[in-house]
Design a binder for this molecule. Structure first.
Ligand SMILES: Cc1cc2nc3c(=O)[nH]c(=O)nc-3n(C[C@H](O)[C@H](O)[C@H](O)COP(=O)(O)O)c2cc1C
Length: 310
């Protein structure tokens, strides 16, 4: 069965869970438009998460998922909240989901973990994953070192469950390319930052629109925690610390709280502007529904163009 049928959605588009950001307005807008909205847990308390799940259910009967950040400070309790609230789908990020698999799958929850390589993809398949997400290093936020073009097909070849491609998707052509590499769907984060329903500060949105392709960079690789962000005064300082081989504590002190500073307070020079590679495509704010419709229109056109070339 195709991933869209398995998930009960119209289009193979999953909105990536985004810490501190993907709350009910965005999630419901994406799910109502035929994609799969994904609620964030990173940056939210257990009570807020419970409330957000209930709000999504009250506002829409369409499927949605909850993104479980495995480094959440109350992960054991969070794992139980997801079960208590009878969530249908979980995506996972930021850590090892394997210890939680059995309790979730036994509760009938379909688990869609993030995998960074072939070995992990095989492990989660063995554990009963419903599908898995490979996130290439083009993606915004915390990334792995491998890129989509080389790694995605290797993961597709290694497992029989559907593979979702995340990172660097801004057009229908890129969805088609991911499909050609064997993915059954795509997960998109950065492009949805410019959705009207996305609750980040207007300054963040404007900063993305005014940035250019070469402003995308990775910080933290020196300390083994690479994060893709947009260049600003903070990244200049962080890169200086990395080139000087500064202690990780010093680096972390500068980064601490910077995501919230950007997303909530609109501090674009000293906040972390998480965003993926492909900034050239970020030029307007649109309703989530229009983003999905434009992507699918471009996808159909790209398919036609390709077949007319054959
Ligand atoms: C601002 C931001 C915050 C993110 N937070 C999370 C998160 O909390 N959990 C997670 O699994 N992935 C997170 N991601 C990754 C996205 O879910 C998604 O996989 C990624 O954005 C896809 O790549 P793209 O940004 O090129 O579209 C985040 C990405 C961004 C841009």
């Amino acid at each position: 069965m195709k991933l869209t049928q398995m998930l009960g959605i119209d289009y193979p588009i999953i909105q990536g869970g985004m810490a501190n950001i993907s709350s009910p307005d965005l999630v419901v807008a994406v799910s109502e438009a035929g994609g799969l909205g994904v609620l964030a847990t990173g940056g939210f308390s257990l009570e807020e998460i419970r409330e957000n799940i209930r709000t999504c259910k009250a506002k829409s009967s369409k499927p949605f998922a909850v993104n479980v950040v495995l480094l959440h400070p109350e992960i054991d309790q969070l794992a139980q909240v997801i079960i208590d609230e009878k969530v249908d789908y979980i995506t996972c990020g930021g850590g090892n989901p394997l210890p939680y698999f059995d309790q979730w799958t036994q509760a009938g929850i379909r688990v869609i973990p993030l995998v960074g390589n072939v070995k992990m993809a095989k492990k989660v398949e063995e554990k009963g994953a419903f599908a898995c997400i490979f996130e290439g290093a083009e993606a915004g936020g915390h990334i792995s070192s491998l890129h989509t073009m080389a790694e995605l097909p290797a993961i597709v070849d290694a497992v029989t469950i559907p593979v979702i491609s995340a990172g660097g998707i801004y057009t229908g052509r890129q969805i088609l390319a991911a499909e050609a590499l064997g993915a059954e769907g795509v997960q998109i984060g950065t492009k949805f930052l410019l959705a009207e329903e996305c609750p980040i500060h207007q300054n963040y949105k404007n900063y993305l629109i005014n940035s250019s392709d070469s402003d995308s960079l990775v910080t933290g690789a020196f300390y083994g925690h690479p994060v893709r962000v947009v260049k600003n005064r903070l990244t200049d300082q962080l890169q200086k610390l990395e080139s000087q081989g500064a202690l990780e504590e010093e680096f972390n002190a500068m980064v601490r709280g910077s995501g919230q500073r950007a997303a909530q307070e609109g501090e674009t020079e000293w906040g972390s502007i998480f965003a993926g590679e492909g900034l050239a495509y970020l030029n307007k704010i649109q309703p989530a529904k229009e983003i999905i419709q434009d992507l699918m229109k471009d996808y159909d056109q790209a398919k036609l163009n390709l077949s007319s070339q054959c």
